[in-house]
Design a protein around this ligand. Structure first.
Ligand code: HEC
Ligand code: HEC
Ligand code: HEC
Ligand code: HEC
Length: 172
């Protein structure tokens, strides 16, 4: 019991430490800085092209519509949808991204951007903050549902398999 408690304390301390280390060094760099390598099957794959054509890339544009302003008003907000932080929370990754960018799912990249790629150990990238959600173990679906849930004013349910097909990308 005592061991379990001290292990837990250690685990918590470690988590706090890593969180602290990352908070200073991991900034969002924006999806455009992934474009050069991730548009090319011979480099990092074609994830950028898939993303660019997806609704995630247009998620801020969707807030700049009369329809979105109407939703914001109905929800009791006095600001326009694109100026309402409660809406931006799910629709935008950071000031550097017009919408839900790569880093919404793969983590803020300033520290791992140069630590991953051809010939590099993915473990180093993960240690530097890269998030690699997986379809197979359910972690991807879990991540989707942090935004695709009933806190979204237009939510009509979320079928993971169907939705993943629309944005699916991988290496190569
Ligand atoms: C200098 C080129 C380059 C840039 C810039 C780049 N990547 Fe990559 N990335 C690669 C290559 C090459 C691979 C494939 C590595 C392999 O096949 O083992 C990769 C793989 C990945 C992977 C899969 C895990 C891994 O490490 O194999 C993710 C996730 C990823 N990149 C995300 C990003 C994101 C997000 C950005 C922008 C913030 C980005 N990359 C910018 C070259 C780059
Ligand atoms: C950071 C929040 C966020 C995360 C995480 C997220 N999404 Fe989304 N997603 C959105 C928003 C916002 C929209 C609406 C974009 C628009 O049209 O303005 C959207 C739209 C979509 C659409 C288009 C809707 C449609 O009916 O065609 C698909 C498909 C989608 N997401 C799939 C996924 C999948 C699969 C995951 C997990 C792997 C995921 N999303 C994770 C915020 C998110
Ligand atoms: C909505 C969430 C989401 C967004 C946005 C997103 N990804 Fe991914 N990405 C995933 C998931 C989930 C996987 C794992 C797929 C699997 O398990 O096969 C993945 C896999 C990858 C892989 C392959 C990893 C491997 O090991 O095979 C690369 C490379 C990658 N993403 C790069 C990017 C880049 C670059 C962008 C932006 C242009 C981006 N992703 C945007 C969720 C996302
Ligand atoms: C919890 C995350 C979340 C919040 C908060 C959120 N949205 Fe969304 N929004 C989404 C997702 C995910 C989608 C796509 C699927 C859906 O409709 O749930 C979406 C879709 C939309 C669409 C439809 C886009 C299209 O063209 O199909 C509009 C408009 C919209 N949201 C406006 C708003 C407004 C306005 C607010 C703030 C009052 C807001 N959203 C808050 C996650 C969110």
């Amino acid at each position: 019991m005592k061991n379990a408690v001290s292990f837990l304390a250690l685990a918590l301390a470690f988590t706090a430490l890593t969180a602290f280390t990352f908070s200073g060094s991991n900034d969002f760099v924006g999806s455009k800085s992934c474009k050069a390598c991730h548009s090319n099957a011979k480099m990092g794959g074609t994830a950028y092209k898939t993303w660019e054509g997806s609704s995630h890339a247009k998620a801020l544009a969707s807030l700049k519509t009369p329809e979105a302003d109407k939703i914001a008003t109905e929800k009791g907000f006095k600001t326009k949808a694109a100026d309402t932080k409660e809406c931006l929370a799910c629709h935008v990754t950071s000031a550097k991204d017009d919408g839900v960018g790569c880093e919404s799912c793969h983590g803020a990249a300033s520290a791992y951007k140069s630590k991953h790629g051809k010939g590099k150990d993915v473990a180093d990238a993960i240690a530097a903050g890269m998030i690699l959600p997986k379809v197979d173990d359910g972690s991807a679906e879990k991540q989707c549902k942090t935004c695709h849930n009933d806190k979204s004013p237009t939510f009509k349910g979320f079928k993971f398999k169907e939705m993943w097909t629309k944005i699916a990308h991988a290496k190569g």
